[in-house]
Write a protein that binds this ligand. Structure first.
Ligand code: PEP
Length: 255
């Protein structure tokens, strides 16, 4: 399968930004700008914005995602949200294992795997984030770590379920810093992720899976990054909070 045959996915990650009213207003602004997209357009929003976002996106090509999900179905897990709660709220995608969750909230490869399985079993599409730090890159561990994280996250995921998985390669040093990976670094990292999928599921599955790049992608650098053979889309933080910038990235993925 050639890059052109893979589904490009441009997903915004709003992080801890926007009230429900602000979320609805931003989606109204984005709708006409992305309506002709030839890629999947996803906005992952804070839990409290989901209802407003789903309502605002109705009838458009924008899919709504969440930024995390708990791995248990229900019970005494104060502050957590289950996969079933998300699907019942109209959510189609969920981000799992974002580096901010790994760094600030104790997320491990094991919990990333559990969340991935819970989300897939509930019928959600999962954007699994993998990445490594600058120190790890400088020590030469990029390939080893990316392959390890990818395989750990996917443990127990069936070949059929893999069709609902998108993997986002996000170098930690490039997230929210304005320091973007070069086009070639992004392509190389995404290639390591694809190679890990090939080792676990075979070449055909690896060729079919959507692998995003994430880390300071913006309206100016998106075209170069998305032009690379292994870059099938982007996970966008800061630039997804501005309708004009986000729509330029969606446009670059639609070429
Ligand atoms: C992200 O949050 O996944 C991200 C890539 O953020 P930013 O685009 O702001 O670097």
């Amino acid at each position: 399968m050639k890059k052109e045959a893979r589904k490009a996915v441009i997903a915004g990650n709003w992080k801890m930004n926007k009230t429900p009213a602000e979320a609805a207003a931003l989606i109204e602004e984005m709708k006409p700008l992305v309506k002709d997209a030839d890629c999947e357009v996803v906005l992952c929003v804070p839990y409290v914005d989901i209802a407003a976002a789903v309502e605002a996106a109705k009838g458009s090509n924008i899919k709504i995602g969440a930024e995390n999900v708990h791995f248990k179905a229900s019970g005494a897990y104060t502050g957590e949200i289950s996969a079933e709660m998300l699907t019942a709220s109209g959510v189609e995608y969920v981000i799992v294992g974002h580096s901010e969750r790994r760094t600030y909230f104790g997320e491990t490869d094991q919990t990333v795997n559990l969340r991935t399985l819970a989300a897939l079993n509930a019928g959600l599409k999962v954007i699994v984030c993998v990445g490594k730090t600058l120190e790890q890159r400088e020590l030469g561990y990029t390939e080893t770590l990316l392959k390890y994280q990818t395989k750990m996250a996917l443990t127990g995921v069936t070949a059929e379920q893999l069709k609902n998985v998108v993997i986002a390669y996000e170098p930690v040093w490039a997230i929210g810093t304005g320091v973007v990976a070069t086009d070639d670094q992004a392509d190389e990292g995404n290639g390591f992720v694809r190679a890990a999928v090939a080792e676990a599921y075979g070449e055909a599955a690896a060729e079919a899976i959507t692998v995003q790049y994430g880390g300071s992608m913006n309206a100016k650098n998106a075209e170069g990054l998305l032009g690379k053979v292994n870059v099938d889309g982007g996970l966008i933080g800061g630039a997804s909070l501005k309708a004009a910038d986000f729509s330029v990235i969606v446009g670059a993925a639609s070429k």
